[in-house]
Design a protein. Structure first.
Length: 283
């Protein structure tokens, strides 16, 4: 059970990398065509959190990950029915059976307890869970500049007497600082998924470390720079989230023309919190 609502702000950056490729644009970094600001989807951020939790909690009861490429989702739903000794592959599912299967999934899968899931497919549906943790798209704090780098490969794909190497392309951002905002609804957690305070602490740990074991040549250097957490002293909260988010201001320093490192930004924190809200910086 969670006794407090939370809101949070994440600052992370990328150096000479692609934080989140867009399949509709040749996997180039995602960018708002109207403003030139970059963005990273919530799905991308949640994937990194899932990967971290799976890495450090592998095999531990209650910390399985549902959304991953091992088995089909429908197979996992059937396993929930079997674990609860419920009849499988029958039409006209009993609502109580669906609820029991849903509760089993929430108990055993960390990402469903936190982010929720649509589990209403297949012969053994487990319902729909709206997760207590929601994360908005991350947005860059300055317009981004995408560099398309031409690269070569010495090993050719197939034999060709006239070819000694192959050409390729790599899209990178020289530097960008991103900001994402999120929420944890204690009311939703207690009503449906039974997310715990231990799960909340694991979420903070995962956000801080989500890039540390996810490095790749494509993503370059990525770091979580700051995590600001607003803790309400009640389940429903003591202040609108947008008021709290406005307490964190990030701006490019006056003498910087094009930001190329984290220290090129000023972070101003208004520590005067509304009554019933406390703030902590995890980094």
């Amino acid at each position: 059970m969670i006794n407090n609502r939370y809101d949070f702000v994440i600052l992370f950056d990328v150096e000479n990398g692609n934080p989140n490729g867009d399949p509709d644009a040749g996997n180039s970094p995602r960018v708002d065509a109207e403003t030139g600001y970059g963005f990273v989807t919530d799905v991308c951020i949640k994937r990194k959190i899932r990967n971290y939790v799976e890495l450090i909690k592998e095999g531990e009861a209650g910390y399985n990950i549902l959304i991953k490429p091992d088995k089909s989702l429908n197979e996992k739903f059937t396993e929930a029915y079997e674990a609860e000794n419920l009849p499988t592959k029958q039409k006209g599912k009993n609502k109580d059976d669906v609820k029991k299967a849903r509760d089993y999934i929430c108990k055993n899968y960390f990402d469903v307890r936190t982010f929720g899931a649509v589990m209403s497919t297949g012969d053994d549906p487990c319902g729909i869970v709206r997760g207590p943790v929601q994360i908005n798209f991350a947005k860059s704090l300055s317009p981004i500049n995408i560099n398309d780098i031409t690269i070569t490969r010495q090993a050719i794909t197939k034999k060709d007497d006239n070819k000694v190497n192959e050409m390729g392309r790599k899209s990178i951002i020289p530097y960008a600082l991103y900001r994402a905002e999120g929420y944890i609804s204690a009311a939703q957690a207690n009503k449906v998924t039974d997310m715990t305070e231990e799960d909340v602490e694991l979420l903070w740990e995962a956000i801080i470390n989500m890039f540390e074991n996810d490095h790749s040549a494509a993503r370059g250097k990525m770091c979580t720079r700051k995590l600001y957490i607003f803790k309400h002293n009640s389940i429903l909260g003591n202040s609108p989230s947008h008021i709290l988010f406005d307490k964190i201001s990030v701006e490019v320093k006056d003498d910087v023309i094009i930001p190329r490192k984290f220290s090129d930004y000023n972070i101003v924190v208004d520590e005067n919190m509304p009554e019933g809200v406390s703030m902590v910086s995890k980094l």
